[in-house]
Design a protein around this ligand. Structure first.
Ligand SMILES: NC(=O)c1ccc[n+]([C@@H]2O[C@H](COP(=O)([O-])OP(=O)(O)OC[C@H]3O[C@@H](n4cnc5c(N)ncnc54)[C@H](OP(=O)(O)O)[C@@H]3O)[C@@H](O)[C@H]2O)c1
Length: 242
């Protein structure tokens, strides 16, 4: 049985879930997140499980549920990400003087540590020898070499750290399974809650709908090979430098 697991019920998480379900290449699609899912597909078994990636207990419980539904995962996508959250004092910093311990730690938790502790909890299901693809949604601004504007300290740092853990997991898993692919993906600028406050300067042709971006990312995922493992690609399948 081939199983896909998609984490995150936000703009891109929901759109990716839709695309993966409609592709009909998995017998079972598991949707994990804090929000609600409204997916229906008579041809595919769809299961949902609540998970908050910032809670060890929630991650352990959710991973336990996933383990009860399948012996192996063949596609794992994580979409957790936060850029702005006024309720927790999170806003993209323009200057170093705006950096705070609380906001930095919260952004790191959701964007980097959470997804990889989630993958750790799922490890027994991904360390097999069949083809498996693990994709975490990253961002171009996580590239150190591409950073010419500065700012957004916490978000940039969290995505750069996420990219490092992506490379590490690719190396570690690749030793066990030559058919494993672990990548970061940049979805473009997408019209979701995360980007809403920052869309002013973006021309309409460069602002994707979640469905558009998900379709591009699905094409990228389908074309990946083990030689791509450890790298970050954008929605056009162009490699983003570390
Ligand atoms: N939109 C863009 O232009 C853009 C550009 C570059 C990169 N990205 C990246 O794409 C990813 C998806 O973002 P989006 O645009 O779809 O934004 P969004 O609609 O705001 O979704 C945010 C996602 O983060 C998840 N999340 C937040 N806190 C979480 C927590 N504590 N535990 C588990 N999940 C949590 C949410 O899932 P639940 O609520 O279900 O938990 C949701 O799926 C992010 O990693 C983002 O950095 C987006």
């Amino acid at each position: 049985m081939r199983t896909a697991l998609i984490q995150g019920s936000g703009g891109l998480g929901s759109a990716l879930a839709q695309v993966v379900i409609e592709a009909r290449v998995f017998d079972q699609v598991i949707l994990a997140g804090r929000g609600q899912w409204s997916m229906d597909a008579p041809h595919t078994q769809i299961r949902t499980v609540p998970v908050d990636l910032t809670s060890d207990q929630s991650v352990a419980e959710a991973a336990g549920r996933v383990r009860s539904w399948c012996e192996r995962l063949h596609l794992v996508i994580t979409t957790a990400g936060v850029l702005t959250d006024p309720s927790r004092g999170i806003a993209p910093e323009k200057k170093l003087t705006e950096l705070t311990r609380e906001a930095f730690q919260s952004v790191m938790e959701v964007n980097c540590l959470g997804p990889f502790l989630w993958l750790k909890a799922l490890y027994p299901l991904i360390k097999h020898r069949e083809p498996v693809t693990i994709a975490t949604l990253s961002a171009r601004v996580g590239s150190i070499g591409d950073n010419r504007l500065g700012g957004w300290h916490s978000y940039r740092a969290s995505k750069a750290a996420q990219n490092m853990l992506t490379r590490n997991l690719a190396l570690e898993l690749g030793r066990l399974n030559p058919n494993a692919v672990v990548v970061g993906l940049h979805p473009g600028t997408v019209d979701t809650g995360l980007s809403k406050p920052y869309q002013k300067g973006v021309s309409p042709e460069h602002l994707f709908t979640p469905a558009q971006s998900a379709a591009y990312l699905w094409s990228v995922i389908q074309a990946l090979t083990p030689a791509d493992s450890g790298q970050v690609f954008d929605w056009k399948r162009v490699r983003i430098e570390p």
